[in-house]
Design a binder for this molecule. Structure first.
Ligand code: ATP
Length: 354
């Protein structure tokens, strides 16, 4: 059987009065994968999800599921299961009652429904808890009930809107792994909205990074991290050093205090402004002035050792201090006020759009 749940968004726009929540999104998302919509508060992620679910009507554009245009189809006829941030469980029903809710509406008989509920309880590790009240469950268990309820009708598409945001950090990390394993086991196409980059990196096959109603970049998590397309993506996912300079005749980029070579070149014309992103962990430090290529001289302004990570902030005369990070075991012994050379390896220099 072909994988189900391939989604295509075409020219999707949503206005709320003067607010352009989604400003023209074209996306093709493959079936069977977990895809995250990642971006800061207000960037339009939830509005996108709600248009896919049919809870919001697009101002313009179309939504296709497995090739069928579902833009005008009501939510309950879209073959979509959804878990909201609030979970929206029915407090007066038991765990089993909640999970069986959608199944019963479809007119499935008692026995068949009970078998399916038991199967789903097993799937989310709540065996034997079908008779419990919702109020007798922990936050993580409630999250599992909401998941089981959304999956009860074996939908083509599973939508999650910040599903773990109400949970404390440890439980959240545990459930991220659980949800990811469940999604892989079922092979169900899943779209998750999150503003937490660690969550997106942990769980996704593909990350869709959004800002101000637009898609900035789509790619596997590591690709988006290592090859950010824009300064926004580089800053939003992890932290980075952004170096602004101008293209030199020899192909390098002239920045304050030096010239940097970018592996693969910059494709910029001489004199063009170029923005380079280099991750702190790819940036290296040496004591004093050295003649290493791709190095800039600076002064240490702040050092911190977090046990698992060592960070050094260096004033190189650029717009912002350069951050150098690494394992404390490899720490170069420097202190505040020391003169150092910061090296940006050409292969770690990524040209980004501003
Ligand atoms: P968050 O992470 O805070 O939930 P988000 O990225 O999901 O943010 P949306 O909820 O999609 O963002 O909102 C996008 C923009 O649209 C915001 O400016 C928001 O204020 C606005 N908006 C969303 N829903 C409505 C509505 N029903 N009426 C008016 N404006 C809305």
């Amino acid at each position: 059987m072909d994988a189900r749940g391939g989604l295509k968004l075409e020219g999707l726009v949503k206005h709320f009065g003067d607010v352009e929540a989604v400003a023209g999104v074209d996306l093709e998302l493959p079936p069977g994968k977990l895809i995250s919509f990642l971006g800061p508060s207000g960037c339009g992620k939830t509005t996108m999800l709600r248009m896919i679910a049919g809870l919001e009507k697009p101002t313009e554009g179309r939504v296709y599921l497995d090739g069928a245009d579902i833009t005008d189809r009501p939510p309950h006829l879209r073959d979509i299961g959804m878990v909201f941030q609030t979970l929206a469980l029915f407090p007066h029903l038991s765990v089993a009652g909640n999970i069986a809710y959608g199944i019963r509406i479809r007119g499935v008989g008692d026995r068949e429904s009970r078998v399916r509920v038991d199967e789903l309880l097993g799937l989310v590790s709540l065996e034997g808890m079908g008779d419990r009240r919702i109020s007798q469950l922990s936050g993580g268990q409630r999250q599992r009930v909401a998941t089981a309820r959304a999956l009860a009708l074996a939908p083509k598409l599973f939508l999650l809107d910040e599903p773990l945001s109400a949970l404390d950090a440890n439980l959240r990390e545990q459930l991220q792994v659980e949800l990811r394993l469940l999604q892989q086991q079922l092979g169900i196409t899943t779209i998750m909205v999150t503003h937490d980059q660690r969550e997106a990196m942990t769980m996704s096959d593909l990350v869709v990074v959004m800002d101000a109603g637009r898609v900035e970049q789509v790619g596997p998590p590591l690709e988006v991290y290592r090859r950010p397309a824009t300064a926004f993506v580089a800053r939003f996912i992890g932290s980075t050093n952004l170096l602004r300079g101008r293209a030199l005749p020899d192909g390098r980029v002239g920045v304050e205090g030096g010239a940097l070579r970018v592996e693969g070149g910059t494709a910029a014309h001489e004199g063009d402004e170029v923005l380079i992103s280099v991750r702190p962990e790819d940036t290296h430090l040496s004591r004093g002035e050295t003649d290493e290529s791709n190095g800039i001289l600076g002064t240490v302004v702040f050092v911190r050792d977090l046990g698992e990570l060592f960070e050094c902030y260096v004033d190189c005369g650029l717009d912002e201090n350069v951050v150098v990070a690494g394992s404390p075991r490899d720490r170069v012994p420097v202190e505040q006020g020391d003169r150092v050379t910061v090296r940006f390896p050409p292969q770690a220099c990524v040209v980004v759009r501003g």
